[in-house]
Design a protein around this ligand. Structure first.
Ligand SMILES: Cc1cc2nc3c(=O)[nH]c(=O)nc-3n(C[C@H](O)[C@H](O)[C@H](O)COP(=O)(O)O)c2cc1C
Length: 211
């Protein structure tokens, strides 16, 4: 029954098209343009992205994180000792994917990952609500805990009058090497434009890919 339903689940796309002539020369500029449109549409968390890393045996692992900044790369914040933090410590590469269903758009980003400057992480940490700061300090992200009570006790042990960003929490920046913009089209004949960076010249090359 479930499989029959799954087989029948099908949406048709065709809201818009993406033309080569309207693309920015730089994928970060193109991303900003699309992100502004995503913010204006009825998407609950337009900055949520699936983030893939690989472990020391090259096994992939994926989870959602929130995009929190765009400069020369795409910035997210997390616990540096978490599972993803360990993966990035042994292989500093990641891929991130956005799916903006209301716009029938997907963006895929691949690149090298670096930690942001400590001052950048400090500034973002302090901009967060106090409760989130306390949880970030208290939570040994990705480690086994006995119970929810244990988490509450860890939270209680944080002095809320002395909140400083712990060294184990901060930002990462994905510096794009490849970025793809995908626009859903009729009959699955979607538009795909792939930006890849020439490693010598640093220039971006844009190609249309088959869907
Ligand atoms: C909508 C959403 C947003 C999230 N944002 C973040 C985030 O910005 N940073 C983060 O560390 N985890 C975030 N998480 C939790 C992660 O998905 C994940 O559970 C956590 O980072 C531990 O992953 P890891 O064990 O692979 O390191 C978010 C989860 C969801 C569903």
């Amino acid at each position: 029954m479930v499989n029959r339903d799954l087989g029948k689940m099908r949406k048709n796309y065709g809201l818009q098209q993406l033309n080569r002539s309207e693309l920015a020369a730089d994928p970060i500029e193109q991303f900003k343009k699309w992100f502004e449109e995503a913010k204006k549409s009825d998407i609950y968390e337009p900055n949520a992205m699936a983030l893939a890393t690989v472990d020391e045996k090259n096994r992939p692992c994926c989870r959602i994180v929130l995009l929190k900044g765009i400069d020369e790369g795409f910035i997210f914040y997390t616990n540096y000792l978490s599972r993803k933090g360990q993966h990035l410590g042994s292989n500093a590469s990641a891929a991130a994917t956005f799916w903006w269903d209301r716009l029938e758009r997907q963006v895929r980003i691949e690149g090298a990952v670096e930690k942001v400057q400590p001052e950048t992480s400090d500034a973002y940490f302090l901009s967060r609500p106090v409760g989130s700061q306390i949880s970030a300090i208290a939570s040994p992200q990705s480690q086994r805990v006995e119970s929810y009570e244990q988490l509450l006790n860890l939270k209680k042990s944080v002095d809320e009058f002395k909140l400083v960003r712990p060294e184990y929490w901060g930002g990462y920046r994905i510096i794009p090497r490849r970025v793809e913009f995908w626009q859903g089209r009729e009959n699955r004949l979607h538009d795909r434009f792939d930006y890849s960076k020439d490693q010598n010249s640093g220039a971006w090359c844009i190609q249309r890919l088959a869907p």
